[in-house]
Design a binder for this molecule. Sequence first.
Ligand SMILES: C[S@@+](CC[C@H](N)C(=O)[O-])C[C@H]1O[C@@H](n2cnc3c(N)ncnc32)[C@H](O)[C@@H]1O
Length: 226
Amino acid sequence: MRNFYGRRMGRRLSTAKQDLLQHTLSLIALDPNWVNTSTDIHCANIFLQPRPSTLLEVGFGQGEHLLDFINSHPQWNVVGAEPFINGTAAVLSQLEPQHLNNVRLWSDDINLLLPKFAAQQFDQISVLFPDPWPKLRHHKRRIIQTAFIEQCVRVLKPQGKFIVATDHHDYLQWMIPILKAQSHLAPQFNWNNLPQHKPYSWPTTTFEAKAIAQGRMCHYLSFHKI
Ligand SMILES: C[S@@+](CC[C@H](N)C(=O)[O-])C[C@H]1O[C@@H](n2cnc3c(N)ncnc32)[C@H](O)[C@@H]1O
């Protein structure tokens, strides 16, 4: 079921970025019609160059982590999901031509795509600084929900990693019981001492930078699928 309430468009895009969206995106976009037709999508079939490992990044924003991961993990393919079209344009404007073979982008709600994948397709799923939707009546819009986590677990390979970062105290408290209830996710940390450091290095993302600038504490929760 669709569960996306954020913005799809931001500031007016430059002609160069509009051009990228019109021409380059079609080369690497996952087909929106899959929502109605596909089942059991295998990562081996969606990339021109099959590789041993695949990352799914949900809500990549301006793409700081996505782009760095592509450059620093040559043995990985990457699926990025981001309905905010300015973010997709930002990624396309920095993507090296040789990487067009190993990146696929989904410009809609990830909740529509995840159920279409066959089980055990991804080696890592990252959700960095998801929208906190602080008002009580908007909590149902939060991406970290039991159904979403169950889908993530289903599409992760055994020993695959699930990583979520947040700077929002209330959202952190919201996600803890949801994540704890998932018996197939083994935390790589102590629940009594939630990590404030990244599980590996990546360039500060836009929302991570805002949190740091405003003095908010960031937490990085990393799990292995068992
Ligand atoms: C607060 S931003 C964080 C962006 C980036 N990860 C960062 O750290 O700067 C959250 C992003 O998640 C995207 N998002 C929200 N709901 C989503 C969904 N259901 N599927 C895919 N992306 C989603 C939003 O469009 C937004 O760009």
